[in-house]
Design a protein around this ligand. Sequence first.
Ligand SMILES: Cc1cc2nc3c(=O)[nH]c(=O)nc-3n(C[C@H](O)[C@H](O)[C@H](O)COP(=O)(O)OP(=O)(O)OC[C@H]3O[C@@H](n4cnc5c(N)ncnc54)[C@H](O)[C@@H]3O)c2cc1C
Length: 172
Amino acid sequence: MENLIAEEGKGFHVALRALTYGRIGIGASGVGMAQSAFDECVEYIKHREVFGKKIAHFQYWQYRLAEIAIQIENARNLYSKAALRMDQGVEFPEPEAAGAKYYCTECAIDMARDAVQIFGGYGFMRMLANDQSTYKVEEIYRDSKITEIYEGANEIQKWIISRNIFGKGFTG
Ligand SMILES: Cc1cc2nc3c(=O)[nH]c(=O)nc-3n(C[C@H](O)[C@H](O)[C@H](O)COP(=O)(O)OP(=O)(O)OC[C@H]3O[C@@H](n4cnc5c(N)ncnc54)[C@H](O)[C@@H]3O)c2cc1C
């Protein structure tokens, strides 16, 4: 009994609360990865020339990065809202926590996939030379994938959100 955490018989409740808290953190880490890949890309395409133009002159990438900039902003707002509600004492701030976990991590993998594309062959390479130099985007692509899986796969987050919409009678 001296090692008891919280109330007896409430273990599952405590575990679910810890998972909810963790999901907000994973959402924040997704935003961090997306922002980092975004910043790398903006710098890179202002300098890399293809077919006589900097990549940043191509409207395709201007618009794609505009879309992702707003996606990152939305993702940041969503995990911040979930965190604020939890700080205010809401034990299970749903659907924001599940939404933050799935939306922010999807944002990270979307940005990372485009980042590897923007860097082309360099984006695919783990190491640039035997001095251990790297571009970060390959690492971010690998690291961002796991965020869609751990702390509850994103399909589970969508189930939690659906349960808030339809109720347990429909979703189980
Ligand atoms: C690097 C790493 C670190 C980890 N750290 C921790 C940790 O610190 N603590 C911890 O407890 N666990 C940790 N895990 C475990 C992690 O939480 C699980 O891997 C994750 O929950 C998925 O479980 P699973 O691997 O058994 O896959 P499975 O449960 O076999 O799921 C595989 C896939 O099936 C699909 N799926 C599963 N359930 C459903 C459903 N209901 N509806 C629709 N599709 C579904 C999803 O696409 C899912 O990705 C870690 C895993 C990794 C790889």
